[in-house]
Design a protein around this ligand. Structure first.
Ligand code: PLP
Length: 434
């Protein structure tokens, strides 16, 4: 946890110096808790690693979208990577600059394109010929110009989870290079759409720098082919996917990615856009839950039933994702490294349990056969590295109000999203007799 603001001091988990138990007592559980210091430090380290190329860093809104956090990221110089009109609305509410915002996604609708054009987003990352035609039509109607990048599908295997791989030819994302070339040539004829960029996003998280090098090589070659057609590409966007460590083991940091990409980037000399989300945000957040019940079956299997569930944190159910989980009170703290198959991490007294939530699905299991120190009813558990793709993926399934979000800054904790109420669950619905 050396790059995280979450530390055990005197046997208690703290967030930027504040005992997590005090924050949980004040704001209740389940609770997403973020460390401002960690977010800003990881962003700064990422920027520093790529400083030779002076990139526009477009923080990926889908990873962590609270408007207070987006405001903070904008204040730190970030632009944004968005994939919907709703995410653009968030950026605007947060005071982010559309002129630093790039719009990806395979299914942009006409109203979303119009919304983005009216706000002058920096670039659309176009993912199909049909989308390019629609952007052109809407730009013509509005009498404005759309700057676009083609999102290339380079058919590069990012060696990550099947459900989070996006750069292989069987994935729905981007346009294969042959089709992209035809589309680029066609686009030259229209003045309302200007092709300025090439975009690639291979998947997430990517634990190796090689896929980036291969993606970049394909982009560089393609850019050369376009130059021969008289099409000048001045911006390359290498997307997100930069890893962080869910187990606490060493993984490549931003400097490794920057070093691997430097030769390709130097050769092209274009403007650079990067879209990190997880790398910056995941270790800056912890999901705090309270143990409601313990139950041991006749076979001796123990379930720890927490008040947080798959509706709050979907990743384990959706991807079988691993998160370190440890009691908020632990006299020896948490071992630095906890692997999925560890029988007794840290070597202290532990018991193997399934950590589950109240949702009526067997997949509502945040950890299976996990060795942790014993927790009793009422004890707090911390689910680490949940700052990215935690709250943003949450839902109201099983009639469960969404959790609260709290950000700890220099002046202590601040509520940045209140816990939903039962009324929030029905407020948009009409009670009609039909
Ligand atoms: C186009 C695009 N850019 C950036 C990201 C952010 O990825 P990560 O959070 O892994 O950095 C994603 C994630 O899905 C994406 O689809």
């Amino acid at each position: 946890m050396e790059t995280s603001g979450f530390r055990y001091l005197d046997g208690q988990l703290h967030c930027d110096g504040m005992p997590v138990s005090e924050i949980a007592d004040e704001y209740g559980t389940p609770l997403f808790l973020y460390s401002k210091e960690t977010l800003l430090r990881r962003l700064a380290a990422f920027r520093e690693a790529f400083s030779d190329h002076d990139p526009l860093i477009c923080f990926s809104v889908k990873s962590l979208a609270n408007i207070s956090i987006l405001r903070m990221m904008a204040g730190a110089g970030c632009g944004f990577d968005i994939v919907s009109g709703g995410e653009l609305y968030r950026v605007l509410q947060a005071g982010g600059q559309p002129s630093k915002t790039v719009f990806a996604g395979v299914g942009k609708s006409r109203p979303e394109i119009e919304f983005a054009l009216r706000h002058n987003v920096h670039m659309f990352n176009v993912e199909s010929e049909s989308e390019m035609r629609l952007i052109r039509r809407v730009a013509d109607e509005l009498g404005c110009r759309a700057d676009v990048a083609i999102r290339v599908n380079p058919d590069v295997d990012a060696q990550t989870h099947e459900k989070t791989t996006t750069g292989k030819k069987e994935n729905k994302f981007g346009i294969d290079i042959g089709s992209a070339r035809r589309l680029a040539i066609e686009t030259k004829e229209f003045s309302s759409v200007v092709l300025r960029g090439l975009h690639v996003h291979l998947g997430s998280p990517i634990y190796d720098t090689t896929p980036y090098e291969r993606g970049l090589a394909k982009i560089a070659e393609f850019r050369g082919q376009l130059a021969e057609e008289g099409i000048e590409i001045d911006t390359v966007n290498l997307g997100g996917g930069y890893c962080m460590s869910y187990t606490g083991e060493q993984v490549p940091g931003p400097a490794s990615y920057a070093e691997a990409m430097a030769p390709g980037l130097n050769e092209m000399g274009t403007d650079l856009i990067l879209e990190p989300g997880r790398h910056v945000a995941a270790p800056a957040g912890v999901f705090i839950v309270r143990t409601l019940h313990r139950k041991t079956t006749g076979d001796g299997k123990t379930f720890v039933i927490a008040d947080g569930a798959m509706n709050d944190l979907l990743r384990p159910a959706l991807y079988g994702a691993f998160h370190r989980i440890w009691p908020a009170y632990s006299s020896d703290g948490m071992p630095e490294v906890v692997r999925p198959d560890d029988d007794n991490p840290g070597g202290g007294d532990t018991e193997k349990v399934d950590i589950v939530g109240p949702v009526c699905e067997s997949s509502d299991c945040m950890a299976k056969d996990r060795a942790i120190p014993r927790v009793n009813e009422g004890d707090l558990l911390a689910i680490f590295d949940t700052g990215a793709y935690g709250y943003t993926m949450s839902s109201n399934y099983n009639g469960r109000p969404r959790a609260a979000e709290v950000l700890v800054g220099a002046n202590g904790p601040v509520l940045i999203a209140r816990r939903e109420t039962y009324n929030d669950l029905v407020v948009r619905e009409e009670l009609t007799a039909i």
